[in-house]
Write a protein that binds this ligand. Structure first.
Ligand code: RTP
Length: 148
């Protein structure tokens, strides 16, 4: 079972999209393994987006992420990194297909509602950064109804 880090960005929180987003991952058949509602400070946001530090939009991106509370989550399931990115949709909302989170709920790349890890390796790094205390242990009784 793979894990991915998903963050509902401040615009997603302010616009009341938390329930819709959680519901999409739950209904698909993924398991919520960690979740917290938090404000992040500038250095933490810079650390999370360190790979983008050379981008011209980096400072703007960091200011956006610290502009309000975010929901940090860990989701688990088969191929959840890639499939999670498909549920989220393309980074630029105008390229995101209808039916995806960004396709349904976003207009601007700088207000694109949600983040999802782009690889299993980055997922591990991001989960370690955001959940340094580890995750709660639980197993869904529905598992055999979702997975072979
Ligand atoms: P994320 O990390 O948030 O899931 O996004 P991503 O992999 O789909 O896209 P990435 O290229 O890693 O960019 C990270 C976030 O930076 C913001 N962005 N702003 N031109 C801009 O103003 C611009 N370009 C990118 C977006 O919020 C994007 O999700």
């Amino acid at each position: 079972m793979e894990q991915t880090f998903i963050m509902i960005k401040p615009d997603g929180v302010q616009r009341g999209l938390i329930g819709d987003i959680i519901s999409r991952f739950e209904k698909k058949g993924y398991y919520l393994k960690g979740m917290k509602f938090m404000n992040v400070d500038k250095s933490f946001a810079q650390q999370h987006y360190a790979d983008l530090s050379a981008q011209p939009f980096f400072a703007k991106l960091v200011d956006y992420i610290i502009s309000g509370p975010v929901v940090a989550m860990v989701w688990e399931g088969k191929d959840v990194v890639l499939t999670g990115r498909r549920i989220i949709g393309a980074t630029r909302p105008w390229e995101a297909a209808p039916g995806t989170i960004r396709g349904d709920h976003a207009v601007e790349v700088s207000r694109n509602v949600i983040h999802g890890s782009d690889s299993v390796e980055n997922g591990k790094k991001e989960i370690a950064l955001w959940f340094p205390g580890g995750l709660a242990e639980w197993k869904s009784n529905l598992h055999p109804w979702i997975y072979e």
